[in-house]
Design a binder for this molecule. Structure first.
Ligand code: ZN
Length: 271
């Protein structure tokens, strides 16, 4: 009898283990399908891509807060213009590729990613960020955007450079650090557009060690003679090469372009 009940127990345990594995497989399958669906949907360019800006006071200062209090969608109009202009250059007929909405301020800071996080640390951070976005991207009853951009504003008088920004394709989430200052608004838009394109599958086109644009994919005009100085900036390079040794950040999106390699990545062009 005892032997029989032990066998029945282990049989029961095996059934439960199989059920658990089955559920886990379903969850993983759902995540894979959901991610590829999101990727495909975000770069179809048949309808405007809905981008939600979620402002955050990064340092808790009154200066950053007063800047956030004055923000409207017009602050990011240059991103709309840039995306429209560049999409048309690649033959996209959509009048406006983006529909950009500013949502109410988010009060909780997103998880931070340290530079020495490694692969596992980065995976863990990306899971925490997806959880954070799910909990904090409160649309206050309005429809949810396709892409959620958390924009953290810093008081420019308290620091020289802002922390690194990130754009994640899985989950279509961006975390962007910028200065809360009207004077910096145009360069802020360059940073936000760069991270937005990361969420759509675009990769960096600069040398991580030196910050210099990669040739030819990081150059706006790689065929230009003489090659230097470049007048325009490729968005995913982030800087234009003014000489073989020196690169400069653009002052605004009016001198920035989407290069052919980036256009392929975001499905504006075919390889
Ligand atoms: Zn980047």
């Amino acid at each position: 009898m005892e032997g029989n009940s032990a066998a029945a127990l282990s049989g029961c345990a095996i059934v439960w283990r199989n059920i658990r594995i089955f559920i886990l497989l379903i969850v993983l399958l759902w995540a894979a399908v959901h991610t590829s669906f999101e990727r495909f949907g975000s770069t179809r360019w048949k309808d405007p891509l809905w981008v939600g800006i979620f402002p955050i006071n990064a340092d808790g200062t009154a200066a950053a807060q007063s800047y956030i209090d004055g923000i409207t969608a017009e602050n990011f109009g240059d991103i709309n213009e840039f995306m429209g202009r560049e999409a048309h250059r690649y033959g996209k007929s959509l009048a406006k590729p983006l529909y950009l909405v500013v949502y109410p301020q988010v009060r909780t800071l997103p998880p931070t990613l340290s530079r020495d996080a490694g692969i596992l640390g980065t995976v863990w951070w990306s899971l925490k960020l997806r959880w954070y976005a799910w909990r904090n991207a409160d649309t206050h009853g309005r429809a949810s955007p396709h892409v959620r951009m958390f924009v953290l504003f810093h008081d420019p008088s308290t620091l020289q450079t802002v922390p690194d920004s990130h754009g994640m394709q899985k989950g279509l989430i961006g975390v962007t650090h910028v200065f809360g200052s009207q004077r910096m608004a145009r360069t802020n838009s360059v940073v936000i557009a760069h991270e937005l394109l990361h969420t759509l599958g675009a990769t960096d086109k600069y040398d991580y060690a030196t910050g210099a644009p990669l040739f030819p994919i990081g150059f706006a005009e790689p065929a230009r003679k003489p090659l230097y100085p470049q007048d325009e900036t490729e968005i995913m390079a982030g800087r234009r090469a003014v000489s073989a040794q020196r690169a400069e950040m653009p002052e605004g999106l009016d001198t920035v372009v989407v290069g052919p390699a980036t256009a392929v990545e975001i499905r504006w062009a075919k390889r």
